[in-house]
Design a protein around this ligand. Structure first.
Ligand code: SF4
Ligand code: SF4
Ligand code: FES
Length: 360
């Protein structure tokens, strides 16, 4: 079969580039060197066009257009960085900065928390020329253990609201009021615990200012030493989400979702995002325990523990038959282990009572 070539071309900063119909100018430009700045953009979400930082000049169009919402078209000539456009971006960032209580936040607040800081520095917008009124008021009364709601730092990009609706399908948060009264809030303006929030943390990780912060990771803010990131698969269910485990001096201080993780593209659930304390918990078992004649648990070797388990299975089979055995394989285990488990139950005990908890 002959494939139809749908590609078109346009001129981007003087260079002819190809695009596929339906792509926006920003999507085309993001494949080339030179970066168009964005604040309300998250490539996982529907284009919003709220911040106007991504504006570009299009030949023949009188005013600059938002590149994140404008489709590329055949023959279009686009300039992504000119004196006028860069000045527009700098003033816009000066205005945003003037409304924000604190531009510099610790990177432990969240994955995207440095975006505003980096843009303000890139465009040298810390001029203090404007004195903007502050919008948003922080919810210091929300005592949930996971998410800081520091709305004094909110710039109304609505990425949190959109990720909650579009990625989590939750609609736990939305926009309250308009203009300087704008606030991100829950239904009935209550706490997150009393809302439909699942504490997946996606709003935290997409927030470009740190207005939403990862309270657990923030326990380690300001400590000396570099943060290292290691990329494992989340150990909980069978979905296989990629995570970036943050460590400092060999201690886990937080988890961030892998935005390029093939199974999750930046999404996590509450367990993958926040439930990692077990890894270094002092009560975590590090050796098998066997209950002795005295009724107490005692440390044992793996051989001793496996022998004890085998004896228990044997006794159950002799007394109650194969139907007394039921196997449930863990969703944390790889396919090979799941296969071995069903063999163990079917061939070893002669029953088909085998299941797996990977039904996320
Ligand atoms: S934690 Fe998840 S469910 Fe809760 S508000 Fe944020 S995105 Fe929505
Ligand atoms: S809380 Fe963060 S993500 Fe949400 S609108 Fe404000 S700045 Fe944007
Ligand atoms: S990134 Fe395009 S308008 Fe905000």
């Amino acid at each position: 079969m002959i494939e139809k070539d749908d590609s078109r071309t346009m001129i981007l900063d003087g260079v002819e580039v190809s695009f596929t119909p339906g792509e926006t100018i920003y999507e085309v430009a993001s494949r080339s060197p030179g970066e168009i700045p964005t604040l309300c953009y998250d490539k996982r979400l529907d284009p919003f066009g709220g911040c106007r930082l991504c504006v570009v000049e299009v030949e023949g169009v009188r005013n600059p257009v938002a590149s994140c919402t404008t489709p590329a078209s055949e023959g279009m000539e686009v300039r992504t960085s000119t004196e006028a456009i860069d000045e527009h971006r700098r003033i816009l960032l000066e205005l945003v900065a003037s409304e924000n209580r604190q531009i510099d936040v610790d990177p432990l607040r969240g994955y995207a928390s440095q975006e505003l800081t980096e843009l303000v520095d890139r465009y040298e917008a810390r001029t203090g020329r404007f004195e903007g009124a502050r919008s948003g008021s922080s919810r210091t009364d929300d005592d949930n253990p996971f998410i800081l709601r520091d709305y004094d730092l909110c710039i109304s990009c609505y990425r949190c609201v959109r990720v909650c609706a579009e990625e989590e399908g939750d609609h736990a948060i939305n926009v309250l009021n308009r203009g300087f009264e704008t606030r991100i809030s829950t239904e009935f303006d209550g706490s997150l615990k009393d809302s439909d929030c699942t504490f997946c943390g996606q709003c935290v990780q997409t927030c470009p200012t740190g207005a939403l912060g990862d309270r657990k990771a923030m326990r380690y803010e300001g400590e000396p030493g570099n943060i290292e990131k290691t990329r494992p698969i989340c150990p909980y269910c069978g979905v296989g989400c990629s995570i970036d485990v943050m460590t400092r001096d060999d201690r886990i201080i937080g988890v961030q979702p892998a935005m390029d993780g093939p199974a999750n593209l930046g999404a996590l659930c509450i367990k993958g995002q926040f439930a990692y304390d077990f890894v270094q918990h002092p009560d975590r078992l590090s050796t098998p325990l066997i209950r002795g004649e005295d009724g107490e648990l005692h440390e044992a070797t793996w051989d001793e523990a496996l022998d004890r388990a085998a004896a228990g299975f044997k006794e159950a089979l002799e007394k109650h038959g194969a139907e007394s055995v039921y196997g449930v394989a863990s969703g944390r285990a790889p396919n090979e282990a799941a296969y071995t488990m069903q063999k163990f139950i079917r061939a070893g005990f002669g029953t088909n009572q085998i299941d797996n908890c990977s039904r996320a």
